[in-house]
Design a protein around this ligand. Structure first.
Ligand code: ADE
Length: 409
């Protein structure tokens, strides 16, 4: 991969010569070239900025040096395929770079974006300073190249150089051959289903009175994987709940198709109402209770429910096929409305949804609780299998059994 970086402070980019990145450059895996924007100025002071049209504080980078700089870099010798064993010249007529303009107003850099950029043969990064680059530069190059304005986070830096280094490092380390152990790339934060990474430990097993969690010493890889997944979910829920709101794809082999799991929004209410009516008819019949809330609720009630409960919906090929919700009540994570479309029941989706909603419990939750009809034999059996036991407390309404399970940490 080739990367050109244009800046008024090319020396700022010196760290790109260090460590693994430096080694990748020496080894020919990546060809990074830095350029001083002032090379393309023609006045005695090498001016690159001017006052903004319309007034306001700060200075704006002039379009002319940027135009000449980008034209010159784009017209320079086409990159060779430096990653392959036998370098081949890529047809220069066909190859144009992807132009990246680091900017606090850009699209936020994410791991999937870094993966996409790592598949590009050539990136040109244009580092702005001051209030930014004259918009016409971006508009002009958008006509002939792919241009992306990228932000590395919701804060403002003095210029694009540090952001460019962040982007280069995030991208370069994904190039095949950059890191010795490729598995370490797939197991880190933002790579496992969009979750933060679980906590890690090394020797000694006990340090200053703190022991490594015993499951990690058990040798039971299934249990270790489950523990790590739960830790990752818990961490994500606490530190980055926004990540849990985005969709997660799940593959249950028995269902044969990939399911998308998302936090429910008000827009899901009509389908959710239809699904819950379809799912609770047999329950109502078994318990002789046609007036149960899931059957008689209005659309407005379902919308309110979405707003007051943490609700997840599962879709298969766009169709809403399952849901579950929960909310915290005095240390108890009350789970409810666990439903799976009647034609997809008995294939593990209900069990998966129950585990999923349990995993969303905030750290303060010490107990899981749910209820079902006292004559809902199938549900009682399934919940028992999942570790729930009938509570001795009186049920909230007649004909209902409350089931509890202590949270295991
Ligand atoms: N330039 C200034 N602030 C920036 C940010 N947050 N991301 C990318 N480029 C920037």
């Amino acid at each position: 991969m080739r990367i050109d970086i244009i800046s008024i402070f090319p020396d700022y980019l010196a760290p790109l010569e260090l460590s693994l990145l430096g080694r990748a450059r020496v080894g020919g895996l990546i060809d990074i070239r830095t350029h001083d924007l002032r090379r393309w100025t023609h006045d005695r002071h090498h001016t690159v900025d001017d006052t903004p049209y319309g007034g306001g504080a700060g200075m704006v980078m002039k379009p002319e040096p940027w135009g000449e700089a980008i034209d010159s870099v784009v017209a320079s010798d086409a990159p060779t395929d430096v990653a392959s064993d036998a370098p081949t010249i890529v047809a220069s007529a066909a190859l144009t770079p992807l132009l990246i303009v680091p900017s606090p107003s850009g699209t936020r850099l994410t791991q999937p974006m870094a993966e996409r950029l790592a598949a590009e043969p050539w990136l040109v990064l244009a580092c702005g300073r001051y209030e930014g680059i004259d918009q016409r530069v971006i508009d002009h190059y958008s006509q002939q190249l792919s241009v992306e304005e990228i932000s590395i986070g919701d804060f403002v830096l003095n210029g694009g150089e540090v952001a460019a280094m962040v982007i280069v490092e995030a991208v370069a380390r994904l190039l095949p051959g950059f890191v010795g152990n490729a598995a370490s790339l797939t197991e880190e934060s933002h790579a496992i289903g969009g979750l933060l990474e679980y906590p890690v430990y090394t020797k000694p097993a006990s340090w200053r009175g703190r022991d490594v969690p015993s499951v990690l010493l058990s040798g039971d890889h299934g249990k270790i994987a489950a523990w790590r997944h739960e830790q990752a979910l818990r961490r994500t829920a606490k530190r980055r709940p926004d990540l849990l709101h985005s969709s997660e794809s799940v593959h249950l082999s028995d269902l044969g198709s990939t399911l998308m799991v998302t936090r429910a929004t008000r827009a899901d209410a009509p389908e959710l109402l239809t699904l819950q009516r379809g799912c609770w008819v047999s329950e109502a019949q078994a318990n002789d209770a046609l007036g149960i809330p899931p059957l008689v609720e209005s659309l407005a009630d379902v919308r309110d429910g979405i707003e007051t409960w943490t609700t997840f919906v599962v879709r298969a090929g766009g169709r809403l096929v399952g849901s579950a919700r929960a909310r915290l009540d005095e240390g108890c994570w009350r789970v409810g409305r666990l439903m799976v479309a009647p034609d997809l029941q008995g294939r593990g989706l209900g069990r998966w949804l129950l585990e999923h909603i349990e995993a969303q419990a905030p750290p303060e939750a010490h107990t899981f609780e749910l209820f079902t009809g006292s004559r809902s034999a199938g549900n009682l059996r399934r919940y028992r299998k999942a570790g729930y036991r009938a509570s001795s407390e009186p049920p909230p309404e007649p004909g209902v059994v409350v089931l509890r399970k202590p949270r295991r940490r």
